[in-house]
Design a protein around this ligand. Structure first.
Ligand SMILES: [Zn+2]
Length: 252
């Protein structure tokens, strides 16, 4: 039976001589693996159809639930600005890697909607992202996804339930904070992390990214956030490790 499969390509793997197997996050939130026969040697079909980070509309012959063979397809959106340059591709890899690793934590299409909102955010005529924006975007995407998946607790002091004031302590590996009265090691820096996370969860994406300026602060937040993501959603993230560890973060 031929089924329609619309979704975002998360990963492409070469298979045998000329085939590609791609992992797709479908519009209804499921991960599918489909095979493009002969696409790498095809003159009539473009390999752009298998490019990671592309929104595609495929006709697939499914043998079982998760695996199928692509008969034809078209591109809905390439999200072109993400494909320009090494830095953007590196950031894109982080978004796609996280999406694949965390997809099974969602029981609806929430992750698909969140991912496409972020991919659609960068427009062709936009200025190059700053390092602060790139770092902030990665943290914000993962933190928003974890909140949707129910992996982030209440936005108050995790001990007394009181308001987080001007001093706080991030209780890694959870994305939760305690107030200055509950923890003598509370700092103003951690209280700022708390407020930035609150902003990441409440501000529309356009205004959110425009407000990412302080790279030192966002890089610090990203380091803590990475520990929490790894704890809540344990899967390998080589792209994200490379992105956050290297000085490339400073060269957007
Ligand atoms: Zn407290």
């Amino acid at each position: 039976m031929i089924d329609a499969l619309r979704g975002i390509i998360l990963r492409r793997k070469k298979y045998q001589e000329a085939d590609s197997i791609v992992t797709v996050l479908s519009e209804n939130g499921l991960l599918k693996h489909v095979r493009f026969h002969g696409i790498q040697q095809s003159k009539s079909r473009s390999t752009l159809l298998t490019e990671p980070g592309t929104y595609v509309d495929l006709r697939v012959h499914f043998r079982d639930e998760g695996n199928g063979s692509v008969k034809e397809g078209s591109i809905i959106d390439r999200f072109e600005p993400w494909k320009k340059g090494y830095s953007m591709l590196g950031l894109l890899s982080c978004f796609l890697e996280f999406s694949e690793g965390s997809a099974t934590s969602f029981d609806s299409n929430d992750l698909f909607i969140l991912l496409t909102s972020w991919l659609g955010l960068v427009k062709p005529n936009d200025q190059t992202l700053s390092s602060a924006q790139a770092t902030g975007m990665l943290s914000a995407y993962r933190i928003q996804a974890m909140q949707i998946a129910g992996l982030i607790g209440a936005q108050d002091c995790a001990h007394c339930g009181g308001r987080i004031g001007d001093r706080a302590r991030w209780e890694i590996p959870e994305i939760s904070f305690v107030c200055g009265a509950c923890n003598p090691d509370a700092t103003t820096e951690h209280a700022r992390f708390f407020r930035t996370i609150e902003t990441m969860l409440q501000t529309p994406l356009e205004s959110l990214v425009a407000g990412f300026h302080d790279h030192g602060h966002l890089k610090g937040l990203e380091q803590y956030a990475s520990i929490c993501v790894r704890h809540a959603l344990p899967f390998n993230s080589p792209a994200t490790d490379a992105f956050t560890a290297s000085e490339k973060v400073g060269s957007f």
